[in-house]
Design a protein around this ligand. Structure first.
Ligand code: SF4
Length: 312
């Protein structure tokens, strides 16, 4: 294993070539991983990339449910991720067996189930359609009007979508532990410090924080919004990895990390489990690999393909 950072990067690129691999990285990955990736984006963009790739191996630098999604939409590929323990509090808040039991107990309601992509393959397999934060409004607008909607697992994203669409939904009470760390007071304090700054927040934040924002949107949309925002100072209320991409793509503006009560910005401990060393190791060993039972994969594929179709 090479030790110097430069050697390590070169070794990763060499292995990537030998394996005919593609490296996909989420916006919340560390800057050094983003800079090595073939594509950096949000869950929606990454799902399209995973489906379209002709590489033999997909190295997914993100969290486990994202790598699973890549396997679901492109099952003939070998999908690996740097750290098998890279989970997600939203995924954990809605275990498949619990959702299955809830749907059985409420079968008479005939729910149309919409799942935010931050969930397990098992949960996806129980749903009618998947959404991301980038397309959630569009997906809910296309839901049948004669069935009640159950939205899982993020109650904050679900509440924001209800505000945007006027559609009532029953919300599973899950949350992203990172985005709920931002509070009204922590954002107000930074607004007081930079009175001319505008605020952009992710819809996984609580309503109290969203109400202080000038724009609420997905990480991908933050790029164009920040470019066009009529202020040189922008407060960005999402996971800290997003700052790296924004600083590269919006170089002329001062980007201020949205602070939590505890620290100046918010790191997702799961996203940050991935390192260059682990990326090298997973390319070398082709492990940990995502393996899914075919019946679950096939059932989870249908609502994902419906999402891709409805997002066009
Ligand atoms: S930032 Fe939140 S939603 Fe995203 S992976 Fe981490 S815990 Fe999950």
């Amino acid at each position: 294993m090479p030790t110097a950072a430069l050697d390590l990067k070169e070794a990763i690129l060499q292995l990537k070539k030998e394996r005919n691999a593609v490296i996909l990285a989420h916006n919340y990955q560390t800057g050094d991983i983003q800079d090595l990736a073939d594509y950096v984006g949000d869950s929606l963009g990454l799902a399209y990339q995973a489906k379209a790739t002709e590489a033999d191996v997909i190295v997914f630098c993100g969290v486990h449910f994202m790598a699973e999604t890549a396997k679901i939409v492109n099952p003939s590929k070998t999908v690996v991720l740097p750290d098998r323990d890279a989970g997600c509090s939203l995924e954990q808040s809605c275990p498949g067996p619990e959702l299955e039991a809830f749907l059985q107990a409420n079968a008479a309601k005939n729910y149309y189930v919409i799942a935010y992509i931050n969930c397990s393959a098992h949960v996806k397999s129980l749903c009618d359609v998947i959404c991301t934060s980038g397309n959630a409004v569009r997906i809910v607008e296309q839901a049948p009007s004669d069935r009640p909607i159950l939205f899982v697992p993020d109650a904050n994203l679900g509440a924001w979508v209800m505000e945007q669409t006027g559609r009532k939904m029953d919300l599973w009470q899950g949350s992203c532990y990172v985005h709920v760390e931002f509070t009204r007071d922590s954002i107000q304090r930074i607004k007081d410090e930079y009175p001319d700054a505008l605020v952009v927040a992710h819809p996984e934040c609580t309503q109290a924080v969203r109400l202080l924002a000038d724009e609420v949107c997905s990480t991908e949309k933050m790029i164009s919004w920040c470019k066009n925002a009529p202020s040189d100072h922008l407060i960005v209320v999402t996971e800290s990895g997003m700052l790296h991409r924004l600083r590269k793509e919006v170089p002329g503006k001062t980007l201020i990390a949205g602070p939590t009560e505890r620290c100046a910005c918010a790191d997702c401990k799961y996203m940050k489990l991935n390192t260059l060393e682990k990326l090298h190791q997973c390319l070398d060993r082709l492990s940990p690999e995502v393996v899914l039972p075919e019946d679950i994969r096939a059932k989870a594929e249908a609502p994902l393909l419906r999402m891709l179709e409805q997002s066009k």
